[in-house]
Design a protein around this ligand. Structure first.
Ligand SMILES: *Cc1c(COP(=O)(O)O)cnc(C)c1O
Length: 369
């Protein structure tokens, strides 16, 4: 079976380095907010070209803490996409604010920037663009809107570590950027982990306090915070992986190019690149669309090829968010894509043989559907 993502292959390749990093931390006796977290934050600052990086427990907490650091809470509205992982909207609700959805662009799967202005009210405080599947949103337009209406931008860059837009790294274009190091993300740990990035000194200071019980100095708690820190062990292992991220992202792009050139099945919609930037898309996932998705998925499963559906339910139709009062038909593009989209295997260690087998298996479906 070719998995959607094979985490063991990457580990096998790096096992010596990873075990060494792990041993170093275990020997050090410092397991929470020690030198490895500091070093990882510094390396990320350099790589992303951003002033502050703050390691936190996971990507969801990164979003929650980012919102709180900007003072967003009760009574505020935050504009985002319904076509994302649940955590984006969950974080908004968690701080007491209200998610206001804007439909997506059918080709990039990202928030349709042209629709944002219509949803801005006197309560709107921020926009959370999500760089879905690794492709950077139309940040030029979004920054312009945010400036005009005096809104914050929090980039949910959980799927886009290392992606670029006009020479800037995803996550560093808005006011705050949030990353996740969940094992399936393109830069991933061996457990949970997250990162908040910003060029704003005050926001960084608040985020640093919030991640550990609202204190700058232990036992001198100034505000109500969280216990959400990046583990020393995860930071040490992420430091090993950070060195390879450009190489891996390039590999993903090359695999995507092979898929783009090879897939010929009638009626299939390939993932469109909405911008021309070389690394505007790092293909965290390679997502296709087809009217007969479910037939294709079961056929591929028989052929030993795994697929995934991202996302089967747009957020406005989830049970948890029913209280927002949205109904079927409110975001037609997201709803349609959720019925037609499916992801095929995508990870840097996929072999050429596997890629060719996946392409020919999909193409031979022509006439059979
Ligand atoms: C993974 C992900 C998150 C949440 O990250 P966790 O580390 O799992 O908490 C948030 N937003 C998006 C778009 C994600 O893909």
């Amino acid at each position: 079976m070719i998995p959607l993502i094979d985490l063991k292959r990457q580990y096998t390749m790096l096992s010596h380095e990873i075990m060494h990093a792990l041993d170093e931390v275990l020997q050090s006796g410092q397991y929470i907010l020690g030198p490895k977290v500091l070093e990882f934050e510094k390396e990320c600052s350099e790589y992303l070209n951003v002033k502050h990086c703050i390691g936190v427990g996971n990507g969801t907490d990164a979003l929650v803490i980012a919102l709180e650091s900007l003072g967003i809470g009760n009574g505020d509205e935050v504009i985002t996409t319904p076509f994302t992982f649940f955590a984006t909207a969950e974080a908004i609700v968690r701080v007491g604010a209200k998610p206001v959805f804007v439909d997506i662009d059918p080709l990039s799967y990202n928030i349709n920037a042209e629709e944002i202005e219509k949803k801005i009210t006197s309560k709107t405080k921020a926009i959370i663009p999500v760089h879905i599947f690794g492709q950077v949103c139309d940040m030029g337009r979004i920054v312009e809107i945010a400036k005009n209406y005096n809104l914050y931008i929090i980039e949910d860059a959980c799927q886009a570590f290392g992606a670029e837009y006009e020479g800037k790294k995803a996550g560093t274009i808005g006011d705050v950027g949030c990353f996740s190091f969940f094992p399936t993300k393109n830069l991933s740990g061996f457990g949970d982990g997250g990162l908040i990035v910003t060029n704003n000194d005050e926001v960084a200071e608040r985020a640093r306090m919030l991640r550990q019980h609202g204190s700058k100095k232990k036992y001198y708690n100034e505000i109500i915070g969280f216990n959400s820190r990046l583990d020393e062990i995860q930071a040490a292992m992420l430091l090993v992986k950070l060195k390879y991220i450009d190489h891996w992202n390039k590999k993903r792009t090359e695999i995507a190019q092979k898929y783009n050139q090879g897939l010929k099945l009638e009626g299939i919609t390939l993932p469109a690149k909405a911008n021309d930037y070389e690394r505007g898309h790092i293909y965290h996932l390679y997502v296709l669309q087809h009217e007969k998705r479910d037939l294709i998925i079961s056929y591929l499963s028989q052929k030993g090829i795994s697929t995934g559906i991202y996302y089967p339910v747009p957020l406005h139709l989830t049970k948890a968010l029913q209280f927002l009062g949205y109904k079927e038909g409110d975001f037609k593009v997201s709803e349609e894509v959720s019925k037609k989209a499916f992801a095929i295997p995508m990870f840097p260690e996929l072999t050429d043989q596997e890629i060719e087998y996946i392409i020919s298996s999909i193409n031979e479906l022509g006439g059979k559907l």
